[in-house]
Design a protein around this ligand. Sequence first.
Ligand code: CDP
Length: 783
Amino acid sequence: MATTHVHGGIGESIKRKEDSRFLHGKGNYIDDLTLPGMLHMSILRSPHAHARIKSVDTSAASGMPGVIAVVTGELMAQHKLAWMPTLSGDTQAVLATDKVRFQGQEVAAVVAETRYQAEDARDAIVVDYDVLPAITSPDGAKAAGASLIRDDKENQKDNHIYHWESGDQGTTQAAFAKADKVVRLHTFYPRCHPAPLETCGCVADVDGITGKATIHMTSQAPHAIRTVFALVTGLPEQNIRVISPDIGGGFGNKVPVYPGYVVATAASLLIGRPVKWVEDRTENLISTGYARDFHMTGDLALDKDGRITALRVHLDSDNGAFFADAQPSKFKAGLFHIVTGSYDIPTAHITADGYYTNKAPGGVAYRCSFRVTEASYLIERLITNAAIEIGMDQAEFRKKNFIRKDQFPYHSATGWVYDSGDYHKAMDVALDQLGYDELRRDVEKRRKQGEVTGIGIASFTEVVGAGHGADFDILGLRMFDSAELRVHPTGKALLRMGTKSQGQGHETTFAQIVAEELGIPAADVAVEEGDTDTAPYGLGTYASRSTPVAGAATAMVSRKLREKGRKIAAHLLEAAEEDLEWERGRFFVKGSPDRGKTIQEIAFAAYTNVPEGMEAGLEGVHYYDPPNMTYPFGTYAVVVDVDKGTGQVKVKRVVAVDDCGVRINPMIVEGQIHGGLTEGFGIAFMELITFDAEGNCIGSNFMDYLLPTAWESPKFELGETVTPSPHHPLGAKGVGESPTVGSPAAYVNAVIDALSPYGVTNIDMPVTPDKVWAALRAAGVNE
Ligand code: CDP
């Protein structure tokens, strides 16, 4: 029997199952874990951005109270663990042996009885450095005479990492030669950080007798990590168990393997006791997966009617000291291919170059599918600038150039196939909700009175849900995902998945998919993720791939079990299978609705009364390799006022219309959008990780790296359209990252629109009051 009257199928805004545990303080995070005999590890980090290591003296530290071991790069090298592979197939130092290449790089580690003792001893390690000049930008990296950062790599002669191209150079050049107008934008998408509430950490527990390594860690992709660990350490994969307990936010920060995980595991192996390592806030901000850091130049070619005829883009990517971007191996600059956005642009050509610099590696796709955010920002900023430059309304210019509904599936100029969309509709809903025409008139009126006010629009297209596996992989692992469903005799179920929620509500939404497809109420479906010993193999949760991939796997495995259920029901009802009809939760005989069997009765029979020759039980697994990505989209509109005297921007309204296809749980989707719009606001106006000329990281704490709180964040007005994905079994597309991808351009476009009467065409993010004030002053506005 069901335990609740609420069925909890698709489209129901049921409350999140996991919240009771979180709200009662019963969440189970890494730092909550204490194992018998557990030791604590603290990492010594480089104070310099670039320096040769002359010596590391651990003698004083080794003798300090509680110290069990001091681990150096040299010791790691003896075990062939001084270097590890990155997610982009480069190498990264685990503990530095030759040089340090960014401020905050891991140099040594102390393992002690308590964290205090480990930190005190860490401070007693003496490292003699020979300081080298630091390089903090791609321009610096390519300058003549620039010092070679990666002198550890045999064939590396300069600081260049990759050159990558997409699109068609010839046709693009020809279109530009014929253009009536060319609009150019050079912009910098600065380095920012996912800054999850919980930092990264682990408890490594290697059993010297059995050889079993259990690593409890903050990982968004436990299975991939297990395989990487097996390859790096040589430990047999069946002896490695990665457990990701509750995770306090990931946003991409918890995808890579960080040196701390490797050192803690090696230390546990050598010492024979569990070792805990948990970063503090500064360690998290200076050394783990930053995002963005793209210098981009875009040109739009236009004809005399305001139609876009071509797009040309060049970008320089600042990759830090090790090329560690989390991205499919075939795409050097990630999914920047989406840069033609929502527009029917006949031809495009994109070039990208990556450079090593003396900054932290990481390049994580912070709440974004592998560089989609930067692409979306560039095209949406260009579109607004072009509209302003040719004197056409921003919304009208977009509508004129949108891909039309009847053009889907749409083949983009960079060779991608958009699955479905209705961009005009999303725009119309947003403009309606905003009251755009009247607001526009109001803006014009107020401008005449000397006020600085504007409206920004961004109509983004996203690409989420990697794979399919033939094109998308991480270090060669194909990007599919999985769901294993086990229905117990009493009709309750356990769903295990290869994904890993970090706050997105998977325990609720994936139970809802089972509720819809198999008819078992969501409350009766337990969802488990994050334990590689129990969950089926999957590539994890990032890049909004869980619903497009694992959500599809859940629907497919539910359907498999339903088909077995049909056979059992036919047996119980003494009817032919083809004479049975399905309604949610029950098979019945066509024409005799009273003669039926519920899924709970069928489950019981699966263990007590199966037809002759049928295997007992009602369980299955499905590995889903999506035929294409999903392409969510939307239109965001932002209204701002600017104070001429201080440069302060006041965000007055934010209207966000999202289309993520069919919504599994509308309330959770709205929560995702609220979160992403807040993060987008922070990136647009507040957050910045930057560096001085010596490579010192500025933005290493929450006094300098400003996150928006409820105090600063604007109010959000949401709207929706629903354009199902034609290839997803439920018609769903991902949504988690859409608002972080789409909103920064909308916020900045509003400021640029406000400043357009003064000839201002760009202010790089974060759009802080001093920059706005300086732009107004340069335009001769004084107050
Ligand atoms: O991979 P990740 O969970 O970060 O992103 P997602 O697939 O976009 O899903 C985020 C949350 O929103 C999950 O709990 C989803 O199941 C839910 N969602 C939904 O209810 N309907 C959609 N069409 C998309 C996501």
